[in-house]
Unconditional design. Sequence first.
Lengths: 254, 229
Amino acid sequence: MKTSFKLLFAAGVLAAAGQVMAKDQITIATDATFPPFESVDASGKLTGYDVELAQDVCVAAKLDCNIINAAWDGMIPGLIARKYDALISQLTVTEARRKILAFSDIYDHPVFRFVGRKDAHLDTSPEGLKGKVIAVQTGTPMDAYVTKHYPQSTIKRYDSGSAPYLELAAGRADVHMSYQAQITHSFLAGDNGKDFELIGPQLTGKDAPEFGEGVAIAINKSNTELLKKINAGLAEVRDSGKLDALNAKYFGGK
Amino acid sequence: MLSEYITTVLDAGWITLQLAVAALLLAVVLGLLGALCKLSNNRLLRGLAALYTTLMRGIPDLVLMLLMFYSLPALLNQWIGAAGGDYNVDPSPFFAGFLTLGVIFGAYMTETFRGALLGIPRGQLEAAQAYGLGRGKTFRSIILPQMIRLALPGFTNNWLVLVKATALVSLIGLQDIMFRAKGAAEATAKPFTFYLLAGGFYLSIAVLSMIALAWLGKRYSLGVRESGR
């Protein structure tokens, strides 16, 4: 027994040291709890739009990348503390974030949408949702948007992407706002979502500043060299048509 | 597909167990040292031990963990950089979690062991001295077996809380059973399945530990029960 305990200790210390040694490798963190953008497959591997894009960018920029699954709460602090070299996780570019992070060129302009019961025929204007319950994931652009524009609705905030759908299905929330692609993939395509539909207009960063300028890869402010490489890689992925192919695969050719 | 996810999640239970056992060992070492310091005649040692248990028992686990994982390495790197060094301190989530949980539960163990040591009648120490036993021999043959017996209930309690506290380390990115359960829950939109699975895992660890420690408790109190009758 004693030796196995010692091994445990050694493993812990080595794991700590290992990260120090592999310096040439770029660590990219993603919060794999947001399908179809980033999630884990049945074998525990990372998959999704952002993950595939990151892989393509790394190949194009000739970077040796290690894409890891990290917890959302620790991602931005981890980037600032240089635990991670870059983040790709549907990060919305906003003025506030530009003050502490550097962003690559924007690679996507996500579409935001409300989802509600088919038979409720809700009007999604602030007046129409007066007194209704809106569910959102906390700390997201959707949260900022409904908080600002729907003061007469009750806003319920959840810290995971899937919880609002449980609330919708259970009737504890009237509508939910999220990325249109996420709603379709995680809810409407499944059994729980069969009585629900996308409602209201398609919204983007052009409609409200809360939705941000678009999504981009975040990099530590002091790492200008990596920023240049990633932008070059992103441009190549875009020019070669790979980005369009990825959009077609995940969003049906937007 | 669901069964594959279940296997992937349960596989991570091994990481949870490794972390819990490693942290327990550190906690036991710190707990013994802390208890001896608290009972020593040296005022400085007593003060240091009191400071340690107050701080560690008074600050939330999560706060300490975030400090250990983000703030402390950043501070150290700043110092190293200022001193002209080129070394980058970057603890893994496992190492940061091990250190934090070990240090926190070391404080609880300190109190458990201190109480157990106080429960040993002073007359036994005097008797050991009268028989001419040295300090080391007294500790090993007289104090330790009785301390284990008296500390076991509190120790069991601490261990059960520690196992569950490892779930916190998923917040700094350790791929333990909780982290994997969350990933699987979000990927499949079946949170109940996977959180219940994780809950069942912690529960089974707790039940097995209670059975093992109850058996150990019986062994260590053999002589006492006899003489009590």
